[in-house]
Design a protein around this ligand. Structure first.
Ligand code: KG4
Length: 340
């Protein structure tokens, strides 16, 4: 089954063709990062307008790259939530038009389910059940994936997402947008114990996370240094920040795998590209006797192949949408509301 898949929830426009949920035939991605960098973050209207400009071209390019006829496309899948509403609407409208024109089913995909499914593309042997640490620019979740479309959120951030926190820290340090990669790079030459930063616990909710206190602590350190003329070791601040983020994520993910009896631990999302988090997850999973799956860097960030991967399993579960499908700015990952 060949699925044409569409992603436009934030600042990447992408169209892919994926066979049977596991094989990427092509993944055409246009990153808008350059358009937003000057503003230090994503500007929603610029994002929507840019999606409109490039999405049709990307689809044509995808079909041409694989050399198939449009008649060979069996379904269209789209990231319909969560995301910047104007941006998601572009992808949903395009996907509805494409499904209608091709006369094939339309499959709505939760964007974070897509991130998790990126692992199916990289690891043919991976199957549920597993625990997933899903960490992106807008979400931080610990999920028990019982089956391809049957999942339970065990924990979530109470405030900022991990990626949002990386972007804010990068901004206050003047490292540009998006901030995850430059913080990761600078941290490599720093001492991760130089600054003691808070790792929050949420009472009674062991898998919930909170990153706003950590973000504020970093901002306060930077402001204090600039106001007093004190020394600021930026590399060590980045390293200490990453250490704190990793401490907030890794032990929780391991504990969730233990509690649910899962032997597989999966990571997903843009922040899963972080070298410190990857190293800590690898060490902790080995120590706990878990098999760890982390997508290659090319599949951590937003892409459309991951939407096609999850779309295949949503289709097998009968989760298709009618012509009234709408975009959603927010949607719980484990909600089952397919009667639309
Ligand atoms: O998954 P993603 O591409 O988009 C969303 O679905 O949100 O994630 C983007 C986030 C950004 O916050 C970006 O700074 C972060 O992933 N990121 C990283 C790294 N590379 C990207 N965070 C930490 N370390 C990295 N190496």
């Amino acid at each position: 089954m060949i699925i044409l898949s569409v992603e436009s929830t934030c600042d990447e426009t992408a169209v892919a063709l994926v066979r049977d949920g596991r094989e990427v035939l092509t993944d055409q991605i246009f990153s808008q990062a350059r358009l937003h960098a000057v503003y230090g973050g994503v500007v929603p209207e610029i994002a929507s307008r840019s999606h409109v400009e490039v999405i049709s071209q990307l689809a044509d390019r995808a079909v041409a790259a694989v050399g198939i006829s449009k008649r060979e496309i069996d379904a269209v899948a789209v990231s319909y939530a969560p995301g910047l509403i104007g941006a998601v609407l572009v992808g949903v409208s395009f996907a509805k038009g494409a499904a209608s024109a091709l006369g094939v089913p339309l499959i709505p995909v939760h964007h974070i389910r897509g991130h998790m499914a990126a692992n199916y593309l990289a690891y043919p042997e991976l199957e549920p059940p597993y625990v997933c640490l899903a960490i992106s620019g807008g979400n931080s979740l610990i999920v028990h994936v019982r089956d391809y479309t049957d999942m339970e959120v065990l924990g979530a951030t109470r405030d900022d997402a991990a990626g949002e926190c990386f972007d804010k820290v990068a901004r206050v340090l003047g490292l540009g947008y998006p901030g995850g990669k430059p913080v990761d790079e600078l941290a490599k030459t720093g001492d991760d114990r130089k600054y003691t930063l808070p790792v929050a616990q949420v009472e009674g909710r062991p898998y919930d996370m909170s990153f706003s206190g950590l973000k504020t602590a970093v901002i306060n350190l930077v402001h204090h240094a600039s106001q007093t003329g004190g020394e600021l070791d930026r590399a060590s601040l980045c390293a200490s920040f990453q250490y704190a983020v990793s401490q907030a994520l890794v032990p929780r993910a391991i504990a969730a795998a233990r509690e649910t009896g899962c032997v597989r631990l999966v990571a997903a999302g843009g922040v899963a590209a972080n070298s410190r988090i990857r190293a800590d997850l690898t060490a902790a999973a080995t120590e706990a006797g878990l098999t760890l799956y982390i997508p290659p860097l090319s599949l951590c960030g937003d892409n459309a192949a991951m939407v096609g991967a999850q779309g295949y399993y949503e289709f097998l579960a009968g989760h298709t949408a009618g012509s009234g499908l709408n975009a959603r700015a927010s949607l719980e990952l484990d909600r089952d509301d397919w009667e639309r």
